[in-house]
Design a protein around this ligand. Structure first.
Ligand code: SAH
Length: 473
């Protein structure tokens, strides 16, 4: 993030604009709309700004900017076409720690103004961090088209009930939010959008009068978050992610995906690095039960699919025993995601009839698998958690009858901007792993279909760095 997004209260606060042309006019209107007391310093004014001065909506100082003019304004904007003047304004304001913006000159700004969708009191501000105002405007026009103007009226309508609803629910934020979600997502909002303001007002009045503390207990959403690319989430996953009071997640769930969880949910990391269970499975199960019994909507977010090497079964068994209601949302498992993004179809009529998903996790230094069932030509084998056992895996497959030239791929951080596909065969893959810096998670795919990668690879990862932390956290 290049800038911290905030909304500034400038109601009745002194604001300074240096310059009185058309560019300045846009900023002056914006400050007036937010309730600022605007002073404009400029030897001349455009006709638009002159009208504001005539009506007394701004104070006009008919002079050029000079040292000392910055005074103790709360916000300063320079919009002259003389760089030296803009620079002088910037230097004086920033020396006094007054937020200053020089229009279209990012290096002379301590704040920038976003592109705004105004549905007062609802405001959506878009910024590209100064890199492309045109892109921000384009995005704005897209959003404008599907955010009905009625949202402003909806905001005004609910504002007058806020305090009463807080009282009714004894300031319990989960209950308050549940009530408003129900209202804002339902027929009352539809009525307003359809222009039936009076009916909406009556319906809301009735809903508030009938509101009472719910006696329902919470619920657990066991949700598969897919292999990494946030675009691979299901609609249901996204919907539940935005409804959660608390999210319990582990290492496989990327910051990009956590970004999409409801912002003020509580985030609980129960990360599991290999062989290091930060929180033991029994404790995770208990945690889910405890949160749900507190009446919370608990999002248990897991990489890939919760029922494929995800211990999802164990978690819901405990919920079942404890009478906690839950739902399970499948996700795209790593095998499907990595195969697709690496251009390696897991089945193909010319090569294979079956595909196996197995765990390559080493127990006591050996991979405890039915090797003779795996080592078949005409079968694709996908190893989850196989990185550390790769040598043993390749050795055993050859020992049980596969040709050492059987193609094998290791997909690193599949479906993410950092994806890498390492191609070899059963004899070379262990060396490739030894000689390359490889970051988890990785998936190993063994079988003739791996040959198709050369022809079918289509995904070009950007190489962009992953987000370190979700904004919401
Ligand atoms: N439930 C998950 C699997 C959990 S086991 C699923 O359905 O995908 C964890 C293993 O999944 C990792 O060790 C790795 O083998 C694999 N994995 C998960 N995400 C991956 C990714 N983006 N790229 C490569 N392998 C991945």
């Amino acid at each position: 993030m290049k800038f911290l997004p905030i909304f500034l209260n400038i109601k009745e606060q002194p604001c300074l604009v240096v310059g009185g042309g058309q560019v300045a006019a846009r900023k002056i209107f914006m400050l007036i709309r937010a309730g600022g007391n605007v002073t404009v310093i400029s030897p001349a004014l455009s006709s638009e700004v002159a009208k504001l001065a005539d009506k007394g909506e701004i104070t006009h100082v008919k002079a050029a900017f000079k040292a000392g003019d910055v005074g103790d304004y709360r916000v300063v904007i320079a919009a002259t076409n003389v760089r030296e003047v803009n620079q002088a304004v910037y230097e004086e304001a920033s020396a006094k720690n007054i937020p200053v913006n020089v229009v279209d000159t990012p290096d002379l700004c301590t704040f920038i103004t976003p592109s705004v969708i105004d549905r007062d009191p609802v405001q959506i501000a878009i910024s590209t961090g100064g890199s492309s105002p045109v892109l921000a405007r384009l995005l704005r026009s897209k959003l404008e088209t599907f955010i009905p103007a009625a949202y402003g009226r909806l905001g005004q309508l609910v504002e007058s009930y806020r305090d009463r609803v807080k009282e009714i629910f004894n300031h319990n934020s989960n209950h308050i939010r549940g009530f408003w979600e129900h209202i804002l997502d339902g027929s009352i909002a539809d009525m307003l959008i359809a222009g039936k303001d009076k009916a909406a007002q009556e319906a809301l009045d009735q809903a508030v009068n009938e509101a009472k503390v719910p006696d329902n207990i919470g619920e657990v959403y066991l949700v598969g978050a897919g292999p990494g690319d946030p675009d691979l989430l299901t609609f249901r996953a996204l919907r539940l992610m935005q409804r959660a009071d608390v999210v319990v997640y582990d290492r496989l769930v990327s910051a990009e995906i956590l970004e999409m969880v409801r912002r003020d949910a509580e985030f609980v990391y129960v990360g599991k690095a290999r062989d290091k269970h930060a929180v033991k499975q029994e404790n995770i199960n208990e945690l889910l039960v405890r949160f749900a019994k507190e009446g919370k909507k608990v999002l248990r977010l897991k990489g890939g699919d919760p029922f494929i090497f995800g211990r999802g079964g164990e978690e819901i068994e405990t919920l079942m025993e404890q009478g906690v209601s839950f739902q399970v949302v499948p996700g795209i498992t790593a095998a499907a995601g990595c195969a697709a993004y690496a251009g390696i179809p897991l089945t193909h009529r010319d090569y294979v009839q079956s595909c196996m998903f197995v765990t390559g996790h080493l127990k006591d230094g050996s991979v405890n698998l039915n090797w003779s069932a795996l080592a078949h030509k005409g079968q694709t084998i996908v190893f989850y958690m196989g990185l550390h056992g790769v040598k043993e895996i390749c050795k055993q497959l050859v020992a049980h009858g596969l040709d050492s030239s059987t193609p094998a791929a290791l997909v690193e951080k599949g479906t993410t901007p950092q994806q890498q596909v390492h191609i070899g065969d059963l004899s070379t893959l262990p060396d490739i792993v030894d000689n390359t810096e490889i970051l988890p998670p990785t998936l190993i795919i063994v079988g003739d279909v791996v040959k198709l990668h050369n022809k079918l690879a289509w995904f070009e990862p950007s190489g962009a760095k992953p987000l370190a932390y979700p904004v919401s956290n």
